[in-house]
Every structure is written in structure tokens, then in C-alpha cells.
Design a protein around this ligand. Structure first.
Ligand code: GTP
Ligand code: MG
Length: 581
């Protein structure tokens, strides 16, 4: 199957979202070069500051919108995407050449008096005027519309359609078709990664969601910083993954340091005294931020506060981005852990595709589950893959301890609660070079074989040392938390689930081995039937909550963790966009 056919299939099968990107003169080439984690995060933050999202009535509005928005500056890229609501909603993500131009577009925007109730002064309850990068494009008045038509035609011709892409994961059927058309298991593994990983638009959307939170409170908290972490930025995210966000009131000062003028200032802000208990202080602050998000931020809906969890979070849905967000205010180790994973992923091109296939396999046999519970999480599973690659005879990844040893003064990072996250950011300093030449499919088979033999009963997994240690307690599965080495990342995993993992890896090893050995299928037979990875993955959409032979897991719904009456009250009314152009 050629690339065009694959693209066509993708369009047919994955259409809750459809995206078109229009290449506009001066398209940014930044993402091409290799960036370290901080540079990557910084460049995406800046990109979000140059961007706006405009809701339009359809894709046809593009030339008119482009023409109108060009008055504020030079538009570098435009991406069109749709969100399935009751109807299909259309959006254009515009990136300007500079943050000032995007700010000019936002500053020029009006409020809808009808919706806000501001003209009547009645305060009807919906549409409090709020500044945000989420806008909508209203129909032009008759005269202005005609005046614009002549210019539009010329501009429209100048904009070629360059790519078609998606941000929702491809459907099971589409992937089946795609993987069946591959030449080898090796190619299947690469295709799976290429087709399901988070794409450029997905990353842009996530940084815009972060910027919205940050900007919404920047008047009162000018040093506030909202930073994405987790799979949205560590390179292990798939399309449709959630956004993990950490909001820190003093983030800008701790991330970039104070500028010298402020540093030297003799005038110091008065501040409120902290409560004696840091945790309850964070919970109170999060409650308040949760209210702000819920009451004022456009697009934010279904706000839920889960404040009793080990890391208190606010969960919400962003309806203009079709995105689930988990916002925390006290989880900086998660941010640095994401940096470690990002570095591992960058170090060797096999790391991410291998992790994707393991995660997909685990999802397909119901080992992982979107709800929290006694099953292994994606993060623990990722740790298993990283550890596997560290302990190989020819390691593909170094131990984290080696990174910590090679750290220089510029690598020192200590979180506000004293957790040391110091490790070398420059892999050159570590001097690690892998001589491992195994293919992806060989590694996948070795992964399954390794864990079907692993002594989970007595041994703990240490990514810091890159080897197994004696287990310090009776947890069913023990993965030393790389940044807080007294904690167990997989403490939640029950004995039954650990045993199920062992059985599933054994089955997978057996299955994959016979697939690797089976080279007798002709090309047409391959197209007709399941082979290779397809026999490893059952339909994940159908088997997420598969009962197992040992026990039936009790599904812990997120909603069990908080007060339901509060959630219902926090769901905002739908907004009427009938006037959008
Ligand atoms: P998905 O959301 O499933 O796509 O993966 P994720 O990697 O984003 O996992 P999750 O949302 O559960 O966690 C977000 C990030 O927090 C992870 O990528 C880690 O960086 C970090 N994290 C999660 N659990 C732990 C933990 O137990 N210890 C540490 N140090 N970090 C963790
Ligand atoms: Mg996540």
C-alpha cells in the first residue's frame, strides 16, 4: 500500500479530528534540529506565545480568516482541526512570526455583548469577558465582507495545502490494515510508532493549554509558570494522550532566575505568610485555582478536584482542544523525570518505538487501564522497558547513576521539597556509547523473554543502578523511583496483576517467537490475514476491561475519589457559537 493510500485510510478512519496544515511563507524549521529538553520546552512555550486558536464555521473560512488576521502581523503556519461536539466544530491554529503580533490579534478582539450581557448590564451569567488565546471569527458586516472579497482571492491562491494529519489515535481497524500491509515485523513496529505518536499539532495544543492557565493568573502572579510534563513532552506520548501540567507561582524565577536588576532591588514584595502545613496550603490554593479555571477560562469544562491524592490534582477537559488535563502544583519530580525519559528517547532511535509497542501490547491485553487501580501504569511499564535496555549485555541505555555522577554545576536541580534531581543533561559528558545492534523485533522478543524470567518475588528494579536489587519490602512489584529512591513506583500493583503480567509476557514471547519464525506467508496472504504484531495485539478497544483468570479487578473510577455533587455543579453551560464565521 503506498503512502497516499495510507493517508487516505487515515482520513477515513480517524475522523473525530481532521487537520490540514497550510504552509505559509516562512514556515518555522525549528523542530528539525536536535534540542535538549529545556530548549525544546522553551521553544514550544515561545511558539505558544506566538499562536492563537480561532473557531470558524468551516474550513472554507480559511482565506477570509487569513486575510483578516494578516493585518496583525506575518502568519507563519495555520493548522485546521475539528472537534466532535454535538456538531463538528472547526478551529484554526495560527502561528505568527512574533509574540507581539499574536498579542496584537488578541488585544484587538472584542467581547460578544450578547453573550457577556455587558451591553445590557444585566449580567445574565454567561460569558464573563476574559482575555485568552481562544477566539472565534464572527461573520463580517455586509459592506466589509464585499470590500474584502477582492483581496481574498489573491491571497488564497498563494497558500498551498502541505500536509494532512490527525491528533486522535488511528482506529484499531485502520492500524490493522496498515500493519497488515507492512513488509516485516520490523516495519510494523516502526509504523506503529510513526502513526500513533503525538504529532506537532498535538504538542502545540498542549502548550497553548498551558499558556492559557499561566496567562489567566499572570496579573496577580507575574512569575507563575505552567509547564507541561509527562507524555506530552517526553516523546513517549501517543495521539490523544492527556496533558500533565504543573503550575508554580514562582516558576519563572526558579526556572530562569531573576534578572540582575530585580535581583539587586532593595524593594521586596510583601507577601502573605504561608500556612504551617504545606500540603493543606497547596490544597487550598488548588481549590481556588480550580474555581478560577471553572468559572472563567473559555473552553475549560468538567473541572474535578482530586485533592486527597498523594499528588493533589485538578482534572479538566478543554473543549476547544478536545484535551484532558491533569494540573498539579507540587510535582516537580514528574517534570524532571520527564526530562530523563526525553533524554533516553533521544539517545537511541529504538527506545521510543519499542516502548510504544510494549504499551500497546499491554493495553491490548488489559494489563493497563485508564482508571487508577491495582494494575501497572504506563509510567511503570515505561520504567520496565528502560530497565530492560539498561541491563542488556550490550546496554542501549546508561544507568541513571552514571548520569548523576557525570553532572556538572549547571546540572544541579533541587525541588522545593529538597528532592535532588541533579543529573548530567549533556550525554557527551556521560560518555555512553551503545554497541548493541539488535533490531527492534529482536529487542521486543528479548523484552518478553526477560520479564517472563524475572524474579519479581525477590528482586527490585533499579534504573539508578541499571541492575536488579534485593526487594526492600513485600510489594508485589518493586521499581525504585529514580528520583525518590525510597519510594516504589509500582507500589499500587497487586500480586494478581503482577502474576498476570508474567503470564502475559510469557504468552507474548511464545507468540512473537513463532511469528518471527514464520516466514512462509506470501505477500497476498499477509494482506489477507493477521500476522506479526497483529497477533500480539488483540483489539484494545474491546479488551480494556478484560476479566482475568485470578480475580476481577474493582474498577476505581476517578469520580469515586471526589465529591460527585460538586462535579455536577461545576459543569458549565454550553456556549452558543451560531454567529461564528
Ligand atoms: P500517559 O499519561 O499514560 O500517556 O503517560 P505519562 O508518562 O504521562 O504518565 P502519567 O500521566 O501517569 O504521569 C506523568 C509523568 O509523571 C510521567 O511521565 C513521569 O514523568 C511522572 N511520574 C508518574 N508517576 C511517577 C512516579 O511514581 N514517580 C516519578 N518520579 N514520576 C512519576
Ligand atoms: Mg500523562
Amino acid at each position: 500500500m503506498n503512502t497516499l493510500m495510507r493517508r487516505a485510510l487515515l482520513l477515513m478512519h480517524s475522523r473525530t479530528y481532521c487537520i490540514k496544515q497550510y504552509a505559509v511563507a516562512g514556515t518555522e524549521a525549528a523542530a528539525k534540529g536536535k534540542l535538549n529538553y529545556e530548549e525544546f520546552i522553551d521553544s514550544r512555550h515561545q511558539q505558544a506565545q506566538r499562536s492563537i486558536v480561532v473557531q470558524v464555521s468551516s474550513e472554507k473560512s480559511y482565506p477570509e480568516l487569513y486575510n483578516y488576521c494578516s493585518r496583525f502581523g506575518h502568519i507563519v503556519t495555520v493548522q485546521h482541526y475539528c472537534v466532535q461536539h454535538e456538531d463538528v466544530l472547526h478551529y484554526m491554529l495560527l502561528e505568527y512570526a512574533s509574540a507581539g503580533e499574536a498579542t496584537a490579534a488578541i488585544t484587538s478582539s472584542a467581547y460578544n455583548a450578547e453573550l457577556s450581557g455587558s451591553s445590557s448590564g444585566s449580567g445574565s451569567g454567561c460569558g464573563v469577558p476574559v482575555r485568552s488565546p481562544f477566539l472565534w471569527f464572527r461573520a463580517a458586516t455586509a459592506g466589509a465582507g464585499r470590500r474584502g472579497q477582492a483581496k481574498l482571492a489573491a491571497n488564497h491562491k498563494a497558500l498551498p495545502l502541505s500536509t494532512i494529519d490527525g491528533t486522535r489515535p488511528p482506529t484499531h481497524d485502520y492500524l490493522q490494515e496498515l500493519l497488515r500491509g507492512a513488509n516485516s515485523i520490523e516495519q510494523q513496529l516502526q509504523l506503529l510508532y510513526d502513526q500513533t505518536r503525538l504529532n506537532d499539532l498535538g504538542v502545540r495544543m498542549r502548550f497553548l493549554a498551558a499558556l492559557q492557565v499561566q496567562e489567566s493568573i499572570s496579573g496577580m502572579f507575574p512569575d507563575a509558570l505552567a509547564q507541561p510534563f509527562g507524555s506530552s513532552v517526553n516523546g513517549f506520548g501517543k495521539m490523544g494522550c492527556d496533558l500533565d501540567l504543573i503550575l508554580r507561582f514562582d516558576g519563572k524565577t526558579t526556572a530562569n532566575g531573576l534578572d540582575s536588576q530585580r535581583e539587586a532591588s532593595r524593594l521586596i514584595y510583601h507577601t502573605k505568610e504561608n500556612l504551617s502545613n504545606g500540603r493543606s496550603q497547596t490544597q487550598r490554593q488548588m481549590e481556588c485555582i480550580g474555581d478560577v479555571l471553572h468559572l472563567f477560562l473559555p473552553g475549560v469544562c468538567h473541572v474535578r478536584r482530586i485533592l486527597q491524592a498523594r499528588v493533589p490534582i485538578i482534572k479538566y477537559h478543554h473543549e476547544h482542544l478536545d484535551l484532558e488535563v491533569d494540573l498539579s502544583m507540587s510535582n516537580l519530580t514528574g517534570f524532571y523525570m520527564s526530562e530523563l525519559l526525553y533524554m533516553f528517547g533521544e539517545l537511541d532511535s529504538r527506545v521510543r518505538p519499542l516502548t510504544f509497542s510494549v504499551r500497546r501490547w499491554a493495553q491490548s491485553c488489559g494489563l493497563t487501564n485508564p482508571s487508577p487501580g491495582r494494575w501497572i501504569t504506563n509510567f511503570s511499564l515505561t520504567c520496565l522497558v528502560m530497565f530492560f535496555m539498561q541491563q542488556l549485555r550490550q546496554p542501549i541505555l546508561p544507568a541513571i547513576g552514571a548520569l548523576a555522577k557525570a553532572a556538572s554545576a549547571t546540572d544541579i536541580r533541587v525541588t522545593e521539597d529538597g528532592i535532588n534531581c541533579t543529573f548530567a543533561r549533556d550525554m557527551e559528558r556521560v560518555g555512553f556509547q551503545s554497541r548493541n545492534t539488535s533490531s527492534l523485533s529482536e529487542l521486543l522478543l528479548q523484552f518478553f523473554e526477560f520479564y517472563s524470567q524475572f524474579d519479581f518475588h525477590n528482586r527490585a528494579i533499579s534504573l539508578n543502578e541499571g541492575r536488579a536489587l534485593a526487594k526492600p519490602d513485600h510489594s508485589a512489584m518493586y521499581i525504585v523511583n529514580p528520583l525518590e529512591q525510597l519510594l516504589n513506583v509500582s507500589k499500587n500493583v497487586s500480586l494478581e496483576e503482577c502474576e498476570r503480567l508474567r503470564i502475559e509476557v510469557r504468552n507474548a514471547a511464545w507468540m512473537l517467537e513463532s511469528e518471527v519464525e514464520n516466514t512462509t506467508l506470501t505477500e497476498s496472504e499477509r494482506r489477507e490475514q493477521s500476522w506479526g504484531l497483529l497477533n500480539l495485539f488483540k483489539n484494545p478497544e474491546k479488551s480494556v476491561i478484560r476479566p482475568n483468570m485470578f480475580f476481577k479487578p474493582r474498577m476505581v473510577e476517578v469520580s469515586d475519589l471526589f465529591d460527585k455533587s460538586q462535579t455536577a455543579a461545576m459543569t458549565p453551560p454550553a456556549v452558543n457559537y451560531k454567529n461564528a464565521t
